[in-house]
Design a protein around this ligand. Structure first.
Ligand code: KG4
Ligand code: ZN
Length: 339
């Protein structure tokens, strides 16, 4: 019988400092997340320098907490996985440097883990039966990709956003409507009370790959709707505008994703990234997949946003594939999932 592989995972790519212990990529023994969102909310978005400073202050106790919760010592670990790309550079550097120090002190191998790969891997924790190959949509604050996951460490991007990421569009539209940062969840909640047909919004045409997205036109359409109403002294029904916006995002994502599934022949469809928490998108993609006889996978809400358990899941497969970093590992702000 194969020995268990116990991985300590560390995440600090944006405004969550997180650590987790994951066994064999699927079994979460502990997961601690320290969120800075309340502090960044005051500024209407993540302030990179504040994020780096908070990671620096929090990382030691977050890791200690994860080890304690797992009931393990560093000597019990087989490896240390860390998010090294993509993300805010100053934020990533804190996690990477901490992990390097720990790797040096414990002589445990260091596994460099890509943030978007980890978002996808959140699904391995939630769905023990899920294995590649499959087709995946990753939608977060910084990325919107349609990806063929060919095996655990081989990815082919077949569609991407030409401008704003889906989460960014949610956050910008939310801000224009007066919601706090990050506004995706507030649009989601308001949309549940609104009429999705109240404000017809455009479905932007995108040149290039048929699976590429464009969300910035949609955000502009929301701004224009608000401005025109203000000029005419008309009231906007915010719930209706949220519902109309969300419905349009659902239309755009569902149509491209289903087209990609048909073209590539994948029948397993996976949703990942912070935006996969959206109730409208979860329901719509569940429905579209059911109609076509596809299996649909999405993480529980607790694993949709940034966390380290997903880093431990992907880190396991990187470790199995022999992706071990030296102590010269650096953080990288932008890096494709297939690099
Ligand atoms: O993956 P994530 O936590 O961080 C990044 O890697 O970017 O994604 C954050 C994004 C934010 O734009 C946030 O507004 C969005 O995910 N988000 C949502 C919902 N919950 C989080 N967007 C729409 N509906 C939600 N329920
Ligand atoms: Zn993320």
């Amino acid at each position: 019988m194969e020995q268990d592989v116990k991985i300590l995972a560390i995440e600090s790519s944006c405004d969550e400092t997180a650590a987790a212990v994951v066994v064999n990529g699927r079994e979460v023994r502990s997961s601690i997340i320290s969120s800075q969102v309340e502090e960044h909310r005051k500024y209407g978005g993540v302030v990179p320098e504040i994020a780096s400073r908070r990671h620096c202050e929090n990382i030691c106790w977050v890791v200690e907490g994860a080890m304690k919760e797992a009931g393990m010592d560093f000597s019990d670990l087989d490896a240390i996985a860390v998010t090294y790309a993509p993300g805010l550079i100053g934020a990533l550097l804190v996690g990477v440097n901490y992990a390097k120090g720990l790797s040096l002190a414990t002589a445990k191998p260091l596994i460099p883990t890509h943030h978007l790969r980890s978002h996808i891997a959140a699904n391995y924790i939630a769905h023990p039966e899920l294995e590649p190959p499959f087709l995946c949509i990753v939608a977060s604050g910084g990325h919107s990709h349609i990806i063929e996951v060919l095996d655990y460490t081989t990815f082919r991007v077949i569609g991407r956003t030409r401008d704003d990421a889906a989460g960014e569009a949610f956050d910008k539209a939310a801000r224009a409507m007066g919601f706090p940062y990050p506004g995706g969840i507030f649009i989601d909640q308001a949309a549940q009370r609104g009429n999705p047909h109240a404000y017809p919004l455009p479905h932007p045409r995108v040149d290039g790959s048929p699976f590429d997205f464009s969300f910035s036109g949609l955000k502009t359409a929301v701004l224009n709707t608000l401005n025109h109403a203000a000029q005419k002294g008309e009231e906007i029904n915010r719930d209706d505008l949220c519902a109309s916006f969300q419905q349009t995002v659902c239309d755009l994502i569902a149509s491209k994703l289903m087209m990609a599934a048909e073209e590539t022949g994948h029948k397993k469809i996976v949703f990942a990234g912070g935006v996969s928490a959206n109730s409208g998108l979860r329901a719509r993609l569940t429905d579209e997949c059911k109609k076509r006889g596809y299996s649909f996978y999405v993480p529980p809400l607790s694993l949709c946003g940034d966390n380290a358990a997903m880093v431990g899941a992907q880190g396991y497969y990187e470790y199995k594939a022999g992706n071990i970093a030296g102590l010269d590992l650096n953080a990288v702000a932008s890096m494709g999932i297939d690099q």
